[in-house]
Ligand binder design. Sequence first.
Ligand SMILES: Nc1nc2c(ncn2[C@@H]2O[C@H](COP(=O)(O)OP(=O)(O)OP(=O)(O)O)[C@@H](O)[C@H]2O)c(=O)[nH]1
Ligand SMILES: [Zn+2]
Length: 386
Amino acid sequence: MKRNAIQASANQLSVPSVAETLALRAVHRAISDLRRGTPVLLRGEGQALAIAAAETVSAAALAEIVGLSATAPVLLMAPVRAAAVLQRPVPLSAPDEGVAALRLPAGLTSPESLRRLADPTEELLLGPDGGGMERAALPPLATAALALAKLGRLLPALVAAPVPDRDAPGLLSVSAADILAYPESAATTLRAVGEARVPLEDAPETRIIAFRAADGGIEHLAMLVGDPAGVLAGGGAPLARLHSECFTGDLLGSLRCDCGPQLRGALRRMAEEGAGVLLYLAQEGRGIGLVNKLRAYALQDEGLDTLDANRALGYGADERNFLVAGTMLQLLGIPRIRLLTNNPDKLAALSACGIEIASREQHAFAGNGVNDRYLATKAERFGHLF
Ligand SMILES: Nc1nc2c(ncn2[C@@H]2O[C@H](COP(=O)(O)OP(=O)(O)OP(=O)(O)O)[C@@H](O)[C@H]2O)c(=O)[nH]1
Ligand SMILES: [Zn+2]
């Protein structure tokens, strides 16, 4: 069997320690619990917080949290969403505190009202005065709580109540510090787990290598077109593209974005040159997931642009971590590239991972009438280099 020279080095950089594996596993399990509406116990700094996602919490889970705490639960949200709910600005108590707590009036504690309070695509439940909702003191570990909901690609809104710092029967305990370290820890434990030759319409000489992190999350893919190792051996830099998954654009040909033409265009250009590597990253919707991207589209149809729509949901404009891409290139033995992109963040992130970017290759496609505003926002507000 003929083996690609690059494939041989496509294994793991270093074996994760037992502690690292346990930490990743606990966070991954906690994400699953939040997604199915089960409460989770956050622990750290001698404190503990019982949380459940507002989007999925059941009446039984709410009762469980209430039963564990001496105080009434509060609603944790991104400040921008809290301001929309209260219908007045929410000044932050510290410059980097990306979370606010709201006291829940008695009439607003059903799972249905919590879900609606969390979701900006729903009609506001409250009157113009905020319906009796008030800010509350921020409980401990609130930042990690919001981060966990985001890792679960849920709306970043949680019911939360401080509880005694000891195990609670039936609830999974997870360390707040492990949650905050998770994106980086997961990226550094990637290893190649499967590969095959997959001739593509646009690039017949293509191999696909799948990478999986120790958390067992969704795999990232590398498409090796032609012979990138040969280009490197000759002292050159192969073409490379970091492509974040876009179900609607890549698979369905959605006109709302430029992902489809960018994906096929990159593969075609690599095939024409005889070499290239396309990293297909499991970062749907700039890292907010497909469901939230659909919500963001609904908000865009009401007038917000792509950046403000993300923020209205409580997410950042771009939640991606490109360390996964840097790690994959290292595992593939590709330390030097010519990067097809218009996004300055990708250049900075790969350089920070020690990848040498020999040049940036522009990767722009004409608007189609539907995506013109999206492309304009990328240029004007994301600083894309068109
Ligand atoms: N949240 C959100 N994500 C979107 C929207 N439109 C497209 N996306 C996602 O944006 C990502 C596209 O990213 P990339 O193709 O890497 O594009 P980019 O960051 O503009 O960088 P370059 O194309 O390299 O210049 C995909 O994950 C899409 O699903 C949108 O309106 N909202
Ligand atoms: Zn897209």
